[in-house]
Design a protein around this ligand. Structure first.
Ligand SMILES: *Cc1c(COP(=O)(O)O)cnc(C)c1O
Length: 457
């Protein structure tokens, strides 16, 4: 199709919206390793997981055979309020860069949570409600997941308790108020409301908190209250499954105009947006129907794929969760204090870890000042103020487009623009003031994290 016939924004009709999620594990020859019970060292059973997670979500977590899992009508109705998300041709950015590459981004920031997280939050809240639960508990780092879950819970009239990493709770008072507006209860973590929180506070009274620690508190809170379960916004198989709506919509939109992407790029924290964006394309690659280059982009200050170990590890600091086999920096790893954005989890989704280990996906680590330069450039030319997380993908999309400028290749680049950055103004301020610095952990820093890996196999 002639270039000018392709609209700036490709939307889908309601009838073109996905009615099932796509489960990439069904097409993976080497399946991701199972979650292990830390006590027995054996794979977690559905029964064991059901003490922590909702029953239907446990089924999804363990399902590696069904390629398509129907999206319940109630969830599809909610999706209709803010989906499909636009797939935008970055004509202005292309022109500015002077590249022959064609750049598209899938923008997930068009809802109040400001990110893709709502796609899974609404599904998880739905299954909790359907099971007759009173409420759910969770952790949040940068705050997008807490916001998304509070929105989803208020929609289904469920109680929602959010443990927010302390430094983020203090740095982002407005994030906190959005969450409270949706009726959730929010506690800075570590807190003295849980045993694990009290133990961590005793050992490290001045800690700023971490995701791993907030997860431990949220899991404890769920298991100690009747009628509550824990929900997680990334990393797990079920979350990647729900996020496949991003990739399915992208694929339908591109197919509609006969566009074949060459490179697909996403930022990687726990791996949910990237996994969701690439899953259907990876399915085609795994089935031998097409080939694509996939690039995961992570912060140089928290480089789990590019410098981590592929091993079983604890998912949380308090070691109350199952063990997952993943690329990890060790559950005690904490990114340096100057690291501004999200993407600070020590591990990576087991699905993406396996795909990466099998050589089906590449990974790059980028430094934060370069990320904010890309963010600024994008904001000025494409109009959207991107989240720092999303800007990792922007940075590498620009790098790839500039490579095309050198070689003259007209590649099609698609990247995930996961959200907006309105609550990240302290980070933007540091960048604008010129006080933002880069820190790359030394090998010795990383060794400390690896020393805490459990001894398995
Ligand atoms: C949470 C978040 C991410 C990273 O999480 P993933 O699970 O790796 O997708 C990226 N961008 C935004 C805007 C987020 O809120």
């Amino acid at each position: 199709m002639a270039d000018k016939e392709i609209p700036y924004k490709i939307y889908l009709n309601e009838s073109e919206m996905p009615d099932s999620w796509y489960n990439v594990r069904a097409d993976m020859k080497k399946k991701p390793a199972p979650l292990l019970n830390p006590g027995t060292g054996k794979p977690c059973t559905a029964e064991e997981l059901s003490h922590v997670f909702c029953d239907e979500l446990v089924k999804q977590e363990l399902n590696e055979t069904d390629a398509y899992i129907p999206i319940p009508q109630e969830i599809r109705d909610f999706y209709k309020m803010y989906r499909p998300s636009p797939l935008v041709r970055a004509y202005c950015l292309e022109k500015k860069l002077g590249t022959p590459a064609k750049i598209y981004y899938k923008f997930e920031g068009n809802n109040t949570s400001g990110s893709h997280k709502l796609n899974s939050a609404i599904a998880q809240a739905y299954y909790a409600k359907k099971q007759g639960l009173k409420g759910v508990t969770t952790e949040t780092g940068a705050g997008q997941w807490g916001t998304a879950l509070s929105m989803a819970c208020s929609y289904f009239d469920l109680d929602c308790q959010v443990y927010m990493v302390k430094c983020s709770y203090e740095q982002k008072p407005f994030r906190r108020e959005v969450i409270r507006t949706y009726g959730a209860k929010i506690t800075p973590s570590p807190s003295n409301t849980t045993e694990v929180g009290r133990a961590i506070l005793k050992e490290f009274p001045d800690t700023n908190g971490s995701l791993g620690c907030a997860i431990s508190e949220a899991v404890e809170a769920a298991t100690k209250q009747e009628g509550y379960r824990y929900v997680l916004g990334s990393v797990l198989n079920q979350v990647l499954l729900h996020q496949s709506v991003i990739g399915l919509e992208t694929m339908t939109a591109l197919d509609k105009y006969g566009i074949k992407p060459d490179v697909i790029i996403g930022c990687a924290g726990g791996g949910s947006n990237l996994g969701g964006l690439i899953s259907p394309f990876m399915g085609r690659k795994l089935r031998g129907e097409a080939d694509y280059k996939f690039i995961a982009v992570e912060p140089a200050s928290c480089p789990s794929l590019t410098r981590g170990k592929f091993a079983y590890d604890f998912c949380d600091t308090g070691h109350v969760c199952p063990l997952a086999k993943m690329y990890t920096l060790g559950s005690e790893f904490m990114p340096s204090a100057n690291h501004a954005g999200g993407l600070r989890y020590h591990g990576m989704s087991s699905i993406l870890s396996q795909l990466y280990d099998d050589g089906l996906m590449e990974a790059r680590a980028v430094e934060q000042t370069a990320v904010f330069e890309a963010a600024q450039q994008f904001a000025r030319i494409e109009g959207i103020l991107p989240a720092p997380e999303s800007s990792h993908a922007i940075k590498v999309a620009i790098d790839e487009a500039l490579k095309c400028k050198e070689t003259g290749e007209e590649k099609t680049i698609v990247f995930g623009l996961t959200g907006t950055g309105y609550f990240d103004m302290y980070a933007y301020k540091a960048f604008n003031d010129g006080t933002m610095t880069d820190y790359i952990p030394t090998d010795a820093d990383l060794e400390k994290g690896f020393a805490g890996l459990p001894k398995i196999e």
